[in-house]
Ligand binder design. Structure first.
Ligand SMILES: [Zn+2]
Length: 214
C-alpha cells in the first residue's frame, strides 16, 4: 500500500486498522462517527471468540442466505432449491391474500406485529424513473406468475407512502385489477414520505386493517 492511501487517516488520532474499522462501521445506516468509535472500542475489548463469531457471521451473511423462490423473502438455503420459505410453506396462513412490500425489512416489520396471516411478495425495490428503476428491475413478473395459479384473490399493496411507493402501487393496481383481483392499498396514519420500515408496529398493522380498495 502506498503512503498516499493512508491520507484519510492523517486527520485521526487512531492507528490505521482502528481508523478503517470506524470508517466501515460508519457506512452502516444510522451509525455516526461517535457510535462507530464506541462500537470499535467495544470490539477492541471484547473476547476474541466474540469478535471472530461476528466476522464469521458477516462473511456468511451473503453466502448462507437464499431468496424464497415464491415470495423473495430471505431464507436458509434448502437442499431442494424449489422449496419456498417457512412463511410460504406454513399451511395455517391464508394463501388467498398476498401483501406486496418493497423490501424484506418491511416484511419483518409486519411479521413482528403477528396480526397478518396472509402471504407476502417482496418487490426488491420500487419504481424510480429518476434512478432508472423500471418494472423489469422489480420482482413483478414473479408476482404475475403467482397470480396464474388462481389461488390469490386479494393483493394488499404495502409500498411506502412516498411518491415512488405510490407510483409503484398505482402501477401494480393497473396491472392486476383487470385480472379480477381485489386490490387494496394500506391506509396511512403514517406520515407521508416515511419509509415503512421505520413505522412502529401498531401503526403499521392498523394501516393494513384500514386498507382501502384501489
Ligand atoms: Zn416465501
Amino acid at each position: 500500500m502506498s503512503p498516499n492511501e493512508y491520507k484519510d487517516s492523517r486527520s485521526t488520532p487512531y492507528p490505521l486498522p482502528f481508523h478503517r474499522l470506524i470508517e466501515s462501521l460508519r457506512n452502516l445506516p444510522g451509525i455516526g462517527v461517535k457510535t462507530a468509535t464506541k462500537l470499535a472500542f467495544h470490539l477492541l475489548k471484547a473476547p476474541v471468540e466474540e469478535v471472530c463469531q461476528l466476522s464469521q457471521d458477516l462473511l456468511q451473511l451473503r453466502e448462507a442466505l437464499d431468496l424464497c423462490p415464491q415470495c423473495q423473502n430471505i431464507m436458509e438455503p434448502m437442499e431442494e432449491k424449489s422449496l419456498p420459505c417457512s412463511i410460504c410453506r406454513n399451511p395455517s396462513r391464508d394463501g388467498a391474500t398476498v401483501m406486496v412490500v418493497e423490501d424484506v425489512q418491511t416484511l419483518y416489520a409486519i411479521e413482528r406485529s403477528g396480526e397478518f396471516r396472509g402471504l407476502y411478495h417482496v418487490l426488491m425495490g420500487r419504481l424510480s424513473p429518476l434512478e432508472g428503476i423500471g418494472p423489469d428491475a422489480l420482482r413483478i413478473q414473479e408476482l404475475a406468475r403467482r397470480m396464474d395459479s388462481g389461488e390469490v384473490h386479494e393483493l394488499i399493496l404495502a409500498t411506502s407512502p412516498t411518491a415512488e411507493g405510490e407510483a409503484t402501487a398505482l402501477y401494480l393496481s393497473r396491472l392486476f385489477k383487470p385480472m379480477g383481483l381485489k386490490v387494496s392499498r394500506i391506509a396511512f396514519g403514517i406520515p407521508i414520505g416515511l419509509e415503512l420500515e421505520f413505522v412502529d408496529d401498531i401503526t403499521l398493522i392498523r394501516s393494513v386493517e384500514g386498507r382501502r380498495p384501489m
